[in-house]
Design a protein around this ligand. Sequence first.
Ligand code: SF3
Length: 526
Amino acid sequence: MSEVSAEKLEDVAKLQDLLIYTLKGIADIIKKENMDTKELGEVNHKVIESLFMTITNANFDAAALEKQIDELISLRDSLKSKAVSGDFHDAASYQAGSLEEKLEKAADIGVLSTSDEDIRSLKEMNVYGLKGMAAYFHHALNLDKDSDEITAYIYDALTATLDDSLTVDDWVARTLKTGQYGVSVMALLDQANTEAYGNPQISEVNIGVRKNPAILISGHDLNDLEQLLEQTIDSGVDVYTHSEMLPAHYYPAFKKYSHFVGNYGNSWWKQIDEFPSFHGPILFTTNCIVPPRNEEVKARIFTTGASGYPGCTHITADENSKKDFSQIIELAKTLDPPDEIESGTIVGGFAHNQIFELADKVVNAVKSGAIKKFFVMAGCDGRMKSREYYTRFASNLPDDTVIMTAGCAKYRYNKLGLGDIGGIPRVLDAGQCNDSYSLAVTALKLQEIFELDDLNKLPIAFNIAWYEQKAVIVLLALLYLGVKNIHLGPTLPGFLSPNVAKVLVENFGISGIGTVEEDIKLFMES
Ligand code: SF3
């Protein structure tokens, strides 16, 4: 396997920590100097991009992270040169030129990290949430949707992590506030995507292949996809989606491209088996990257945006945010078409607008008892065997239940052929993980239609799978919206200290998962 060595991976993790530390320093200067963040365009953009670069499986390139730290230190120092106060945190002052100095500094900040286990746990949960928030914000910014409020909150939350006077209660309150901005950022991205590409519609997506050479695009960034589709018109090269890019097929604007053929393969971790048989180039717009199986596959991988992999070509945007994908297209022309690994179609496109159009049908099905319960099964997929739980859970649900999904977790049950209830498919895919927002909007709409005073009185159960930081912001957003009794699996996040886990259980009814049979019984009875 063309793996990054364990030692290199450790360096990457340390550089990511140092990058976050540097961002905290920038936030410290901005806060103490009361700077107007609206005036800090470039700094804001780099801060958001940096948070995104530290998301799990997004960027394995130590050199790219080093360069980012250097740029951030220089932006930080230029901000500081305008400061009147001199009393800043070490994060706003440290210097580390060489790689060795950076790794040494990263080790230092690790040792100095918060000693109180519960505060550490809550801080970590909030920083994870900020990373997820930044990922979604970055996609919205790429479509020219900005928000001063979200930017200001990110700085505010970063400075909070440097404040040792905050108590556990302060951090619990802060966690809900992070969830509140999680809702804002997902709403902003929803607005950006739907204004640019229309509202997702019920769509059949081809999972087979054609005989042309092709490019596979993965990740979450729809603007990158649009640019690739435009540049491949009449090139003789087809474009397929992988993993989280599948929902792009639901948007009206992308249906006009006759060379946008379908979705190839499954969720992110299956890439290790699926990329060899695709044969063509692969473009990563975000996470999740798995170290490629061999040099042949690696030579076909390209990255852009916050993603990166050592030795793979990274495509950057010019000053007008345009990306030149010509080298990927030229490479595709020299390679074989993909081997077929599946055939047929799958159905998706059940974001809020489409569901609202079906509202009468859905409400009648609930009133008549044809639908007994909805199961929100959004989130992430992962390679662990324990995630087979979700396939078995979906297969064993009673026939009068409907799964509402978003994120790559769907691949555990979106090809099971679970049928429909009076024309309503039993698996309703809203889209990418950020489209969990759509699921929340749908739930709120149902609450309104059924005139309930509490969202939790709806016949909706939440059985969410988590993996990376975007699932954390989705979870915090749901908690902020008042959703209770969420089941989270396949295991509770490792960053939750026993006391923090207790707070989540007591205040929000959060729990883990048990066996499929027990859980279905529990959900159906509650
Ligand atoms: Fe999947 Fe990485 Fe989280 Fe966007 S692609 S949901 S894991």
